[in-house]
Design a protein around this ligand. Structure first.
Ligand SMILES: Cc1cc2nc3c(=O)[nH]c(=O)nc-3n(C[C@H](O)[C@H](O)[C@H](O)COP(=O)(O)O)c2cc1C
Length: 253
């Protein structure tokens, strides 16, 4: 991106994004940043290539630059690789294989899930399974693919994200800001990622393997590493709902 390419914009413009892009060069920094953000996607197969600790530290410092209410900066990141990651993966995979009871420390999804959200969840799942040629009724293969969550999708780096138990819902939102900043910084440095909410299903196990302090709650995991471009599951592009479905504009006309 070249900051020299930034062009002045008429502040009163009401054009659509498309019309705007006609007006502006494609190399415009703002559009490059937009495109960069939209290009990020979850990666579920990685190359067996080591990630330098210094690089991860850089990404985590950038992630921490995310804004948070009263600058509380909630959340912690426990970064695992090598034998430390393997120990957690072995424990998680065993738990999944043995149908260990799920111990969630917080509720991620609404219960029950309303139909319109269930449809979005299904669409994302089907897109992944279709990319892998797994039929909708092929329960065994679906289960095997789900088990890959508990191997951090073979990523060389696994991050366990926790939050102080006393934190309120706003602090979860702030941690989300930090997570997204982490995903984008990782991408900027050539790394790929996937969130791993499935990790929280075995929060008690994660606690005991990592010997986490009792006042930390396991929120999710993050798989991080270099993308295996040849893996079909990494070419899935999820869709998003239309702007009109999630926005309202007032006083513009
Ligand atoms: C906090 C968080 C947790 C997630 N947990 C999982 C997970 O457990 N397993 C999985 O395969 N994907 C997981 N994802 C990835 C989402 O399914 C994915 O972000 C979503 O379908 C949109 O696709 P995209 O990331 O490719 O744009 C998670 C994403 C986030 C942000």
């Amino acid at each position: 991106m070249n900051p020299q390419n930034i062009k002045n914009r008429d502040n009163n413009k009401t054009d659509t994004d498309d019309e705007l892009s006609d007006h502006m060069q494609l190399d415009n920094l703002a559009f490059e940043i937009d495109a960069f953000i939209k290009e990020r996607h979850s990666v579920r197969a990685y190359l067996p290539k080591r990630v330098e600790k210094k690089l991860i530290q850089t990404v985590l410092r950038t992630a921490r630059s995310a804004p948070s209410g009263a600058n509380l900066q909630p959340g912690k990141f426990h970064v695992l690789t090598g034998a430390s990651l393997l120990e957690l993966v072995n424990a998680l995979q065993e738990a999944h294989k043995c149908d260990r009871p799920i111990v969630e420390e917080y509720s991620y999804f609404p219960k029950p899930m309303p139909a319109h959200l269930k449809a979005r969840q299904r669409a994302a799942g089907y897109a992944l399974y279709e990319s892998l040629n797994i039929g909708r009724r092929d329960i065994e293969k679906r289960k095997a693919q789900f088990a890959r969550n508990y191997a951090f999708f073979d990523a060389p780096v696994g991050i366990v994200v926790t939050i102080e138990r006393a934190m309120g819902k706003g602090c979860f939102m702030d941690l989300g800001n930090t997570l997204m900043t982490l995903l984008l910084s990782a991408k900027a440095h050539g790394l790929s990622t996937s969130g791993l909410g499935a990790l929280a299903n075995y929060a008690d196990l994660v606690h005991s393997v990592l010997n986490l302090p009792a006042d930390e709650m396991v929120v999710c995991g993050i798989a991080m590493g270099y993308c295996d471009e040849s893996a079909p599951e990494n070419n899935v592009k999820t869709t998003r709902i239309e702007l009109e479905e999630y926005t309202s504009f007032r006083g513009f006309d």
